[in-house]
Design a binder for this molecule. Structure first.
Ligand code: NAD
Length: 343
């Protein structure tokens, strides 16, 4: 069988990681790229030796010749581009955040289903090596049944220099980063039925909230806290590490700084380091995220070849996106929000 052919739209800051990930996959070749900015098109096209370059996604689809499209643009264009892929019956990956609103996200899932194409949201944080290690401990039963958990991301890292658009949106940390943390909470503890959230803006130079504390009631009885901050100045900057705490009926688990995992159970206490690999093209401190990009793209290629739904399909990711919407609603109203009312 020949290589699976892909096309990528949006050759910006993050897409470079995605291009590296695709290049590392023996069965995949990116045959065309698209960006409305000719300079980004040139930079990425030259770096990855892609000859076919388009400034218009419509033109790229009209010419065809690829088996899937990887949409790496910012959120405002996601719906139009997924609907374009659906019109051309081309399987699509779409970067997070899924869409500007839950209504848009639902319309995108409906368009993909009507066209009979797979749609995967590039929700890569659950593919981070340390998070996979936490999930494996939970699944092993070493700490019994979890009853409480915390997924925490607190940092003072300057994300605005690489991604200036993050300072401008009315929504910031929940939509951009908390979305990943909420997905990790779903991955570890299952779907959640109720959300209570509080937000703050500490940095006066940005438009949106940079601190959020969220309380989730999971359907299986687990209570979790998902807390995120870009206003936290620590003696050692942990960006972009997610810390996890889980209490279970037979023990506890802690994922802490420098990817240290402590599991305490009936068999005693085990400490290990579950650090991500530093891929040849990766750079610290981003390597944890970069490895997860490679892993989610491998997952997509495998599932596409097998004709099976990817784990973070559009349908699945509506439930993560609903938690984002619920968090903003809850913080605005000062009330607990039922997720079923949104889906
Ligand atoms: P960026 O602004 O650097 O790049 C986006 C690119 O898309 C730009 O070059 C722009 O010209 C192009 N573009 C926009 N609309 C287009 C259209 N309709 N047709 C063709 N080209 C178009 O943004 P970025 O920082 O690379 O972020 C892109 C997406 O990746 C965002 O949704 C962001 O949230 C996401 N992201 C994800 C992760 C992750 O870990 N999953 C990390 C960082 C960013």
């Amino acid at each position: 069988m020949g290589k699976m052919k892909g096309a990528l739209i949006g050759c910006g800051f993050f897409a470079v990681n995605q291009m590296h990930g695709w290049r590392d996959l023996a069965d995949v070749k990116i045959v065309a790229i698209c960006d409305r900015d000719p300079e980004r098109l040139r930079i990425v096209g030259d770096q990855f030796a892609v000859a076919r370059r388009h400034q218009s996604a419509e033109d790229m689809f009209a010419e065809g010749g690829f088996d899937f499209v990887d949409i790496a643009t910012t959120v405002g264009s996601h719906r139009a581009l997924v609907e374009l892929a659906a019109r051309h019956a081309v399987p699509a990956i779409c970067q997070k955040p899924f869409a500007p609103t839950l209504a848009d996200a639902k319309a995108m899932v409906a368009a993909a289903e009507a066209a009979g194409i797979p749609l995967m949201i590039h929700e890569n944080f659950r593919w981070q090596t340390p998070i996979l290690a936490v999930k494996a401990v939970l699944d092993s039963g070493a700490i019994g049944d979890p009853f409480w958990g915390r997924v925490s991301f607190r940092s003072g890292f300057d994300v605005f220099s690489g991604q200036p658009y993050l300072a401008k949106g009315k929504r910031f940390i929940i939509e951009d980063l908390g979305i990943h943390s909420l997905d990790i909470a779903r991955f570890l503890f299952g779907d959640a039925g109720r959300m209570t959230a509080r937000t703050r803006r500490i940095n006066p130079d940005i438009a949106g909230e940079d601190v959020a504390t969220m309380l989730l009631d999971h359907d299986n009885g687990v209570t979790s806290i998902v807390d995120v901050s870009y206003a936290t100045r620590l003696p050692e900057e942990p960006f972009p590490e997610t810390f996890v705490e889980i209490d279970g009926s037979a023990g506890t688990l802690r994922l802490g700084k420098d990817y240290t995992l402590t599991v305490h159970g009936a068999a005693g206490t085990a400490r290990s380091v579950v650090a991500p690999a530093l891929l040849p093209w990766a750079s610290r401190p981003w390597h944890n995220i970069q490895e997860s990009v490679a892993l989610i793209q491998k997952h997509w290629a495998e599932r596409l070849a097998e004709g099976r739904e990817p784990d973070t399909s559009g349908r699945d990711n509506l439930k993560t996106f609903a938690l984002v919407e619920a968090a903003y609603l809850s913080a605005e109203r000062g009330e607990t929000v039922a997720i079923a009312d949104l889906l």
